[in-house]
Design a protein. Sequence first.
Length: 593
Amino acid sequence: MSVPELDPFDGRRAVRADGLLEPFNAIGLLAAADVHVAMRLTALAGETDEAIALAAALAVRAPRHGHVFVDLRRIAETASVDSEDEEIDLSELPWPSPEDWLARLAASPLVAVGEAGFPNRPLRLVGSSLYLDRYWREECRVAEDLLAFGAASVRADVLEAGLDRLFVGGPDDSQRTAAEAAVRRRFAVVAGGPGTGKTTTVARILALLVEQSGGVPPLVALAAPTGKAAQRLEEAVHEAAADPRFEAAREFMLGLSASTLHKLLGARPGTNRRRHHRGNRLPHEVVIVDETSMVSLSMMARLVEAVRPEARLILVGDPDQLSSIEAGAVLSDIVEAGREGVVALDHVFRFGAGIGDLASAIRRNQPEEVLSVLRAEPEGVRWIDVDIAAPDALDKLGEVRAAALAAARAVIAAARAGDAAGALKALGAFRVLCAHRHGSYGVAVWMARIEAWLESELERGRWYAGRPLLVTENDYSLHLRNGDTGVVVATAPGSVSAAFERRGEVVTFAPTRLSAVDTVYAMTVHKSQGSQFETAVVLLPSAASPILTRELLYTAVTRAQKELVLVGTETSVRAAVGRPIARASGLRDRLRA
């Protein structure tokens, strides 16, 4: 076989892989875990067919790559192996014939066939789609629960008066449409990119619901998939409450707090148990979830079954952003299903025209228009056409080095002066974004590179003044969330504190109290979701990188508020725009049906 194999001592190799599993594992298409689960399943069922074992391993692999199922008719054409630098040809693998494969699966004791019934089998075959049974059940239940939400009883005269007061003129009638839909229906979606006014619309929905309640405000839950996103939602609602138009709802809005979805559902650490589920629903009359693009199928299944049928569920997010790292693309499936109550906001209030035009062209799959915008370099957009892994790349990236050093120096100067607020503001003004964590295009390389550029200016020791921090795990004792950023700041000669911003105020902690933090001169695009920076430098990998997609490029570009520096070749840009994330999911079709 001409395809490159993994090193025999690579942790992804399964020592006991045999039959058809062995060559698929040898090149890295199947991980050791996929192989071991498949071998265990077939052993328990007394299944000796190698093709069944391969199908089971591919079904186990699918959720790790974001898919809800594996399409066995197309897997030979669509499968890829994670590789940063090269595209690996998988056509020479011994793929079974699809028709014969499906027939053998249908006869296997491991497989339930079709949509009817819930036999206790680990695999479910629907057409050519092979699911792990758990994900098939979750997909069915999410669709059923969402379709069960109907219209809500509304005081129409009060609603019209409220809409007229809260939406006076303005360039975007879709915000009014979205707010009205959220009041009139028990299920609604407010979709839109950064700067389209999603959280502003949420605040107006809350005000309208208070008016609908006739003086007794509803019990509202604000939630998001991450602690950082929940904190931003809470802050946005509190900031909006200052608007004079929200006077009647101000006290109510200021009293709202947001939590993670896990906390809302009462998840118990280390177990699959949770307080709220179909048998013990949430008490809330309104549940609003922000950053829904990051919600996986499994989490959505847990959420919708816990919301009471007579309550309102309002999902907010950007369907064009990167989806959850787990299985499913729930928000985009819901939006593309085209159901009532789904409203897309498309007027951008935040970006400069250049960044906005570029983001729009990426979203609409217009590679020539994307390149035209980049070549024109409108205000706020700079394109450096270079492969950052090339031997002479650094010679062409002088302005990136200058910008990174200037940003780091501004943070360091404020931190050494004890100006925590100034250091935090400087930290949020600039960020280098990478697609990968490791390798020549990754965060690890660029973190080391920027620190090397700064070596002569940094103080010795781990907790030097000016060190930018990224929280990597939720710390509820300190109220720090995974994704929060802070700065080590000098507080007295020989003494430092770690400073973070919370609701517009600076809070400080002894660095030794921080349990999980990294240095953050650069971060992945995935980690940057939900954040924005005045200037973002986006470093694209090679066109062969399997994670270089339209959604990744769009997410990266829209992290910049005022200035974007995009570094990457024309080939990489074209590859990204023309390569949407194709997640195998049946939810969209179930909702349409």
